[in-house]
Design a binder for this molecule. Structure first.
Ligand SMILES: Cc1cc2nc3c(=O)[nH]c(=O)nc-3n(C[C@H](O)[C@H](O)[C@H](O)COP(=O)(O)OP(=O)(O)OC[C@H]3O[C@@H](n4cnc5c(N)ncnc54)[C@H](O)[C@@H]3O)c2cc1C
Length: 427
């Protein structure tokens, strides 16, 4: 992975091991999964539990992709609210999709509990903080729709949100108590550990270079010379998708999300900033998201430049956002800066493709993939085991490259500049 400057805060558990386990070349396994992030590992774990022989191949180390680099906010739901999903997908599929979307955070926290994953977490909710009257109305609408379905959400007044965040500038917001925050690298490492314990073979530093089909059997070869045969392949490469499957990389726009972490906060600051430990995203189009980490730092993320960063100056916009929210942090050092890639799709929904029988690809987490990819992995495993498409919450769609994909950097930069201007002027 071409990283120029990145120094993440998250740590693997001390007990984490390297994975170098490969099935013998002659054996035809049930599934080869390309990509050892949350999607690949959740699919692998559940597929093994269904009795399938599974091989995971990861180009780098487990957690090198977005799964080990993200903000750790476990938020249920999709970009769209229940009414939109029902209108768009129809009553039956829409209802199933709403229930799936509602369950994604539960899936993560139940996995942590049931598999005894060594993952630091809190489950005190997520705040979507409104900075304008328009955003507040959107929060009220979201609150109404989810509350009608019995979800544990509620609207926050300006006074409540000021107390709960300690931040300046919000008019109110939505508190979703189904959500929480985890250490994402520990979660990804622990998923790998339990998947391996369930019989999955995982091999790191196996960059898959080619896939092909011969007489109904898939053949997979890696840069370092491993050769595998499989009845099915799952491409779980998301924003790090390369050229393995023609056209797939052109269906997504990979964006950079940058993050900063302060030094551990003093007890006074820690008591004033997010005292109950909620995670927050604000309502701007170019949003920032933040939370406290288990070692007491404030971690804040947001959009970063499309080119690879060169040094700390490339995170300066996030430091300004941090001080706008929390002027009291002006003397607290920023100790860590890092970034990762997020896969966006034009319709802001994840896509499941099956261009040929036995070849599945899942892309497009829209920056909210911890719960989504964990839950989707379980469904993909169930589909692999049963062949029943009703297991898939999203319809299988054709691979449709985005027109003018090669010019995406220009388009994204122009859109961001426009959104920043709207964010600045909207009331
Ligand atoms: C900075 C940042 C902050 C985020 N914050 C949040 C958040 O707070 N909450 C949330 O829910 N989501 C967040 N996300 C999104 C979330 O991290 C992703 O949706 C999720 O991790 C995607 O998981 P994945 O397994 O699909 O992809 P990844 O974790 O990216 O895994 C893909 C893997 O495929 C591997 N790969 C690629 N090509 C090959 C190949 N040819 N051979 C072998 N392996 C290959 C890569 O090395 C990589 O490890 C954030 C993302 C980023 C980058």
């Amino acid at each position: 992975m071409p990283v120029r400057f990145s120094d993440p805060i998250w740590q693997k558990p001390r007990t984490a091991t390297a994975f170098q386990s490969l099935f013998p070349a002659g054996r035809c396994v049930d599934v080869v999964i390309v990509g050892g992030g949350i999607m690949g590992l959740s699919t692998a774990l559940h597929a093994a539990r269904f009795g399938l022989a599974v091989q995971v191949l990861e180009a780098g180390e487990i957690g090198n992709g977005a799964s080990g680099l993200n903000g750790g906010q476990v938020i249920p739901g999709l970009k769209y609210d229940p009414d939109w999903l029902l209108e768009h997908f129809g009553l039956e599929r829409g209802e199933a999709l709403v229930n799936f979307a509602a369950s994604t955070a539960d899936t993560v926290f139940e996995l942590i509990r049931d598999e005894r994953l060594a993952v630091p977490f809190v489950r005190n909710g997520w705040i979507q903080a409104a900075h304008t009257e328009t955003a507040l109305k959107a929060s009220a609408n979201r609150d109404r729709q989810w509350r009608a379905r019995g979800a544990d959400v509620r609207l926050l007044s300006g006074t409540e949100i000021a107390t709960m965040t300690g931040a300046q500038g919000y008019l109110g917001g939505l508190l979703d108590r189904r959500a929480g925050a985890i250490d994402p690298l520990a979660y990804t490492s622990e998923l790998a550990r339990v998947a391996a314990a369930a019989g999955v073979k995982i091999a790191e530093r196996q960059n898959v270079m080619q896939i092909s089909k011969n007489a109904g059997i898939w053949h997979v070869s890696t840069e370092s010379g491993a050769e595998l045969k499989a009845k099915a392949i799952v491409l779980a490469t998301n924003a790090y998708t390369g050229g393995l499957l023609p056209g797939l990389a052109e269906t997504i726009v990979p964006l950079h999300s940058f993050q900063i972490a302060t030094a551990p906060l003093s007890s006074n600051l820690a008591a004033a900033i997010l005292p109950e430990g909620q995670a927050v995203s604000d309502s701007r189009r170019i949003l920032v998201y933040y939370r406290k980490s288990s070692d007491g730092r404030l971690v804040l993320g947001g959009r970063g430049r499309m080119a690879l960063p060169n040094g700390p100056a490339d995170w300066a916009h996030l430091e300004r956002a941090l001080l706008r929210l929390y002027p009291a942090l002006s003397d607290v050092a920023i100790e860590k800066r890092w970034f990762g890639r997020v896969a966006m799709t034009p319709d802001h929904l994840p896509h499941i493709h099956e261009p040929e029988k036995g070849l599945l690809a899942v892309v497009g987490c829209q920056g909210r993939g911890i719960g989504l990819m964990t839950a989707l992995g379980e469904r993909i495993a169930s589909y692999l085991s049963s062949g029943d498409t009703r297991q898939l919450p999203f319809p299988v769609s054709p691979i449709r490259p985005i027109p003018f994909h090669a010019f995406r950097q220009v388009g994204v930069a122009a859109t961001i500049a426009w959104y920043r201007m709207l964010d600045a002027f909207e009331r």
